[in-house]
Design a protein around this ligand. Structure first.
Ligand code: NAP
Ligand code: ZN
Ligand code: ZN
Length: 357
């Protein structure tokens, strides 16, 4: 198989800055679409992976899984898109396609393990997969999404992770008219959760540590805001919510949120991966038939459904566009919650560097 070297931005260790590097991409196979990347969103998972927060990062690591670009070439069996079309790639670039999960369009729960857009196992080259902080990506058409033409391509990029990760639990737990949904944390995922839950017809509340974000939450569509470290406000919300989507990236006490669930309510963790501290008190769960659940991204058909819904309702992310070279500063700002509410890299900045050097 022919291999091409292209430009990317990545890191060689958990403590190194991200810098320009060369990576390899396969040549186009019959079912492949080659995409020139225009924009790539910056997800907190990119930072977790670059810094090996979860363990298991293979270096060099090139993050980026909120990809929007233009189709450059297609393999001879491709029917989904043609050269010149807008295309998107999210967190998955492959799965086994034969297991029970894959057959039900739940590629994100592939029983043989899905191939992540970065830090996955590349079935073609044998190396780790490299993500969207790069000039181009080559992906099997099954894993490529169509972007509604009315959406701004830069602001649509974060839909590919922040959007689908919150859409999937909202749909699974049937958020809609007559349901009360709460979102924990106003960041990339949180702000999309508010917009999507509102558009689905739910009554939406934000839990936040940050009183200064209150007005933004209302502007995004929240009906209520609860400051999570205010005990009085937390007590007043007891027994209220049918569904809570918790986007906090680090270990935190979920007990106070469980008590704000209604009977049979569910708290879905999408942010933090790992053991909970302090200990989870099961008493209110048992006495209230409450559930604690988790959810990871979404399947390909569901991602297209979310993109089409966003097209219909004109929903995109609130973004700050940066150059590729600003990524290290952007990570530090993301850690301080200093972004409204998603960084998106203008990938033309990576090319510009080429013409200079
Ligand atoms: P983000 O933009 O940094 O937002 C996280 C928000 O959580 C912050 O804005 C902040 O909101 C709150 N927060 C941050 N640190 C906190 C702390 N120590 N304690 C309490 N609250 C805190 O991150 P993101 O991109 O939305 O990602 C959120 C998490 O989801 C990450 O861990 C990411 O890896 C994960 N993720 C999971 C999936 C999945 O499929 N399950 C997909 C994508 C991302 P307030 O200031 O309002 O409190
Ligand atoms: Zn992500
Ligand atoms: Zn599978």
């Amino acid at each position: 198989m022919e291999i091409k070297k292209i430009k990317a931005f990545g890191t060689v260790s958990p403590t190194a800055s991200l810098t320009e590097m060369q990576i390899e991409r396969r040549s186009i196979q019959p079912n492949d679409i080659e995409i020139e990347i225009l924009f790539c969103g910056v997800c907190h998972s990119d930072l977790h992976t670059a810094r090996n927060d979860w363990g298991g990062t293979i270096y060099p690591a090139v993050p980026g899984h909120e990809i929007v670009g233009v189709v450059k070439n297609v393999g001879n069996k491709v029917t989904k898109l043609k050269a010149g079309d807008l295309a998107a790639v999210g967190c998955l670039v492959d799965s086994c396609r034969t297991c029970n999960s894959c057959k039900q369009d739940l590629e994100q729960y592939c029983l043989n393990g899905f191939t992540g857009t970065y830090n996955g196992k590349d079935k073609y080259l044998g190396s780790q997969t490299f993500g969207g902080y790069s000039e181009k990506i080559i992906v099997d058409e099954h894993f490529v999404l169509k972007v509604p033409s009315n959406l701004d391509p830069a602001a649509a990029a974060p839909l590919l992770c922040a959007g689908i990760t919150t859409w999937s639990p909202l749909r699974h737990w049937k958020a809609g008219k007559g349901t009360k949904v709460a979102v924990v944390g106003l960041g990339g995922l949180g702000h999309m959760a508010i917009k999507l839950a509102k558009a689905l017809g739910a009554e939406v509340t934000l839990f936040s540590r940050s009183p200064e974000k209150k007005q933004d939450a209302f502007d995004l569509g929240a009906h209520n805001v609860i400051i999570s470290n205010d005990e009085g406000q937390m007590k007043a919300a007891k027994g209220k919510f049918d569904l809570i989507i918790d986007t906090v990236p680090y270990v935190h006490d979920v007990n106070p949120y469980i008590s704000t669930l209604s009977i049979s309510g569910t708290l879905v963790l999408v942010g933090y991966l790992g053991g909970l501290e302090p200990i989870l008190n099961t008493v209110p769960m048992i006495l209230g038939r409450k559930a604690l659940a988790g959810s990871v991204i979404g399947g390909i058909a569901e991602t297209q459904e979310m993109l089409d819904f966003c097209g219909k309702h004109n929903i995109v992310s609130e973004i700050e566009i940066i150059n590729m070279q600003d990524i290290n500063t952007a990570y530090e700002r993301m850690l301080k919650s200093d972004v409204k509410y998603r960084f998106v890299i203008d990938m033309a900045s990576l090319k510009k560097q080429e013409t200079k050097s």
